[in-house]
Structure formats: C-alpha cells, structure tokens
Design a protein around this ligand. Structure first.
Ligand code: NAP
Length: 524
C-alpha cells in the first residue's frame, strides 16, 4: 500500500496516524493511505508567498508559459503509469483515465501557447487608453493587470484528480501565482504521482507547487486579501467554505464550481434516426456512462418533445443495454464502478429521491455484481433512465444531482418557451445542449438559456459529426455556471487569468504612463 505524502515548505511530509484509506472501488482493496496530521499549514502558505510567488513573478508570461509546456511533457512521458493509477484508485476504464490525464496535459499545453503569445512582459494592459480630460488629451486612464502577491489554494473534487488539479494550476502559474493544491482524499493517489513528477524533476521553481494529501486542516484560515481559493466539489461544501472562515473575513478571492443539473434539449423539428437525433441519443448515453456519470458537466435532464419521448427512451435503452459494468481490469468492461462506496450510497438514495417525481423506465439501482469483480464487492452502479411525470413540477429532478449513470427524460410541448422554462428550473447549470435544425426555435431558446448556463452547445446537421461532446470542458471556453453550479468561472482562454490577476486602473500623463507601462502603440 502506498503512503501518500504532502509536499510543503520545500520537503516531502509524512502525516501521522490515523490515516484515511484509499480503495480500489472495483474490488474494495485498500491501495493507499493519507494523513495531514502534524502538517503546519501556515508555513506552507508563507512558503508559497515568500518563495514561490517571487520566483514566478520574476519570470515573464512567456517564460512561465515555457514551464507549463515542460510540465505537460514531463507528465505525458509517464502517461501509461498514471493511467494505471487512475484505474486502481478511481475505478476508471482506460478511456476514462485518458480523459482525465490527457485533459491535464492538454490544458497545460494550451495555456503554454496562450502565454507564449503574451510575450516577455510582467504585466498585461487591458483595453485602450481613455482620455479623461475635456481640455487636455494628455490626462488619461488605462487598466493594468498584474499577479496577486498571495497564494492560490485549489481544493478539488474526487472525480478529476488529474485534469481538475492541472486546469486550475496551469492558469494560476501562467498568471504568476504559486499553488497549494488539495485533491479530494479518496482519489489523491493520482494527483500525488503527478505532483511527484514535477517536484522530483525540478520542473517548477521551488514554492510554485505544494501538495496537501489528506484533510485541509486549518489551511483556509491563513488566507487573506492577496490570496485565491478555487474550490470544486459539492454545493454543501461550497456553502461551508463561503462562510465563517478567515479567508472570507479577509476577502480572499473565492471561486466555486459546484453541483449542476445540466440539460440537453431536442428540438421540435428533429426526426427519429436523422443525424441530429442520433447525435442527441449518443450524447446522452456518453454522458451517462463516461466516468460512470461522475462528471460535473454530465447531462442529467433530457428534454424531449412529447411525440418523440417513447422513441428516445427506446433508443437510449437499447444503447445502454450494451454497456458492460464491471472491473476495468477486465477487457470486456465498458463502464467502471463509482469511485467510492459512499458515492454508491448517494446514487441509491438519489435514484429513490428522483423516483418521487419520475418513473424508472430503464435499469435499476438495486445492488449488483460487477463483471470481473469479486462477488458482492465494488461500488457498481447500473445506468438508470427515469421519465418525469410532470416536467414543470418535478422538484427533485431539478434540484438533486445524482452523481452517477442516471438521467431523467423530461417531456415538453416542443416550444422554445417551455424548454427554456424547464432548463431554468435547475437554477443554474454548467452546460446545456440544444440539438435542432430549426433556426427559429434556436433563435428563441438560445438567449433564454444563457442566463442559466455557463456554456451552451448547439448542434445541427452540419456540425453533428464535428461537435465536441456535451460534457467536454475546453480550455478555450468558459467553465463555470451561475446559481446552483456555484457562480464560478474558470478557463475561457485569457478570461481564466482574471481570478489570479489584480486589474488596476491607472490615471495620469499619457506619455509617462504609456512609456512606463510599455503600452503597445495603438494600431489603425
Ligand atoms: P466534496 O465532498 O464537496 O469535496 C470536495 C473537496 O473539498 C475535497 O477535496 C474535500 O476534501 C474538500 N473539503 C471538504 N470539506 C472541506 C472543508 N471543510 N475545508 C476544506 N476542504 C474541504 O465533493 P466531492 O464529493 O469530492 O465531489 C463531488 C461534487 O463535485 C459533485 O457534486 C460535483 O457536481 C461537483 N463537481 C463540480 C465540478 C464543477 O466544475 N462544477 C467539477 C467536478 C465535480 P476531502 O476529500 O479531504 O474531504
């Protein structure tokens, strides 16, 4: 069994008993243990601020971009070993493990190219110089963006120990902030191995990356106004972290990515078997089964015009009946277990809750054995499809996220107004897809959906074969949603740096300021 260490204050730290046990959810065999007992969190924060921050800020954006590229290469070089760890500690199939690990290296690499384009500068100029005096064009104002002087603390969810860690870290490092990363304890082994690659390979300046393997202790109490807390996890933990800690009293910037009842809407024009219809059914099936449905962006609510509801349920059920649930070590398995036994309990309780508003039309949440797994062992969950009795009055379906291979079909009357109304009942989602060739329907629904979603994917017959999957988070695009989804914003190209850079308005003499701040000459 591997004993995970933390990396703090320039050294590997081994916690004291009691240890949390990490399991292989396919067999329930213990695989690793972790503890942060005895860890001096205040010293880690100080180390980041006094050692990591100055080292990163001494570099230009382009130099930090080169670090990201090197980090991406170093991790990629150990990909096969990392995929094994993702399988053993996350219950990931090979495909699921690649989705996580390759997502990490791809995001590092993407931000490396963004940073290269920013060039050898230590700050960014945001927008144009504005003349502020009516009588003298010399008195102007402009905006400068420069890295905050604190530490970026990243607290992550269990489902993406690789991507979740490095999508956040890539942006913070490019901005010039040191990172203390805290993966969810249950799947921290993969993050530990990845951090070890970067630390042992001396890829980053000392203090730029510290790792907490285990509980966060009193870490957040040491944060202040120059620090950032970026949290991904459940809405309940998000709410706890928003209130009552030192970090909120001292106004550390806080970004929360939480639960989300994402939706997919089938347009009224679509016919069974056409390209857009097939895309829609495949998309729902993929979102239910990839990572066993444990994706923050997975489709939970499936809006279908009344006339097509039976067809969609039939075709979805047909595809899902071919899913083989079991131990990812078995080559015939196409969907692994849930990540922990407590997730399994939540899935069962969640399906029971949804059943108050909807009928189960495919599958069951009853205990099951996984293919290739010991009898009665493992966190196995079968795909379940429900059909809402009344789409406008299904409070559990619109409020409760079942973090597993579960979706609810919500019949609607085919109007854009009702589709938008039903999506809005989720009170804020990360992503909604709309599959239609009806331009009028799309025109009406699109701007009704935007206030309730961080991302909207539209698919018609001309892009059905090229569209990225509904649940795929891309570094070029915003990730984060309003309301229940936490109100956060990550990635989105340069927008992602907003959390880590202070934007300051500077006023004064144009000639002096533009020279001092290396403002690029206006073109055109
Ligand atoms: P969780 O139980 O809320 O835990 C998330 C993280 O918070 C873990 O690292 C956990 O550490 C830590 N944590 C818990 N209590 C804390 C405290 N008092 N102080 C500091 N840290 C604390 O969530 P989860 O079960 O890992 O993740 C599942 C949820 O995440 C789902 O609801 C899903 O929707 C959401 N999610 C959202 C996104 C998104 O981008 N919006 C992405 C992925 C997942 P320990 O593990 O050590 O307890």
């Amino acid at each position: 069994m591997v004993r995970l260490k933390s990396y703090v204050n320039g050294a590997w730290f081994e916690g004291q008993a009691p240890f949390a046990t990490l399991i292989d959810p396919a067999t329930e065999a213990p695989v690793a243990e972790a503890s942060t007992r005895g860890l001096h969190f205040a010293a880690a924060v100080k180390h980041a601020r006094e050692v990591g921050g100055p080292a990163l800020r001494a570099m230009t954006f382009a130099q930090r971009a080169a670090l990201l590229k090197e980090a991406s290469r170093a991790i990629y070089a150990e990909r096969e070993r990392l995929l094994d760890v993702a399988q053993l500690n996350g219950g990931n199939t090979r495909g699921d493990a690649k989705f996580d690990v390759d997502g990490a290296t791809a995001t590092l690499s993407y931000y490396a190219s963004v940073g290269k384009g920013l060039g050898d500068v230590h700050h960014l100029i945001d927008g144009d110089t504005e003349v502020l005096s009516r009588t003298n064009a010399r008195f102007v104002g402009l905006h400068v963006r420069a890295p905050k002087r604190g530490v970026a603390v990243h607290v992550n969810a269990f489902n993406f120990p690789a991507w979740g860690t490095f999508e956040k870290a890539a942006v913070a490092w490019l901005a010039g902030m040191p990172v203390i990363t805290k993966p969810a304890t249950s799947t921290a082994w993969l993050t530990y191995e990845m951090v070890k690659i970067l630390i042992d390979g001396k890829i980053l300046p000392e203090g730029a990356l510290q790792l907490i393997s285990g509980s966060a202790g009193d870490l957040l109490d040491h944060l202040g106004g120059q620090d950032v807390l970026a949290f991904t996890g459940s809405a309940d933990t998000g709410a706890t972290l928003r209130g009552g800690h030192g970090h909120t009293q001292r106004s550390a910037a806080v970004n929360v990515e939480a639960d989300s009842l994402n939706a997919a809407v089938l347009g009224p024009d679509v016919e069974r078997g056409d390209d857009v219809y097939n895309w829609f059914v495949r998309a729902v099936q993929l979102e239910m089964t990839q990572k066993a449905g444990q994706k923050c962006t997975a489709i939970r609510r499936v809006l279908v015009p009344e006339a097509l509801v039976d067809a969609v349920i039939e075709d979805l059920s047909e595809g899902l009946s071919r899913v083989v649930v079991g131990n990812p070590a078995d080559p015939t398995v196409t969907m692994g277990p849930l990540t922990t036994l407590s997730q399994l309990n939540d899935y069962r309780a969640g399906v029971a809750l949804l059943s108050q508003d909807a009928e189960i039309v495919f599958g069951s949440a009853a205990p099951m054995n996984g293919v290739g797994a010991p009898e009665g062992k493992g966190a196995y969950a079968a795909p379940v499809v429900l059909r809402a009795r009344d789409s406008l009055n299904a409070p559990n379906v619109h409020r409760h996220e079942v973090f597993g291979p579960v979706c609810t079909v919500l019949p609607y009357d085919g109007t854009a107004a009702q589709a938008a109304q039903i999506v809005a009942l989720g009170e804020g989602s990360l992503a909604t897809s709309v599959a239609t060739d009806d331009r009028d329907f799309l025109a009406e629904v699109l701007l009704e959906l935007t206030p309730y979603n961080g991302r909207v994917l539209t698919v018609d017959k001309k892009v059905a074969d090229q569209a990225t999957p509904h649940g795929m988070v891309l570094p070029q695009l915003n990730h984060g949603g309003p309301g229940r989804a936490g109100g956060g914003a990550e990635l989105g190209g340069l927008r992602g740096l907003d959390l880590y850079l202070q934007t300051t308005a500077i006023q004064g003499n144009r000639g002096v300021l533009e020279r001092l701040l290396n403002v690029p000459k206006a073109t055109g």
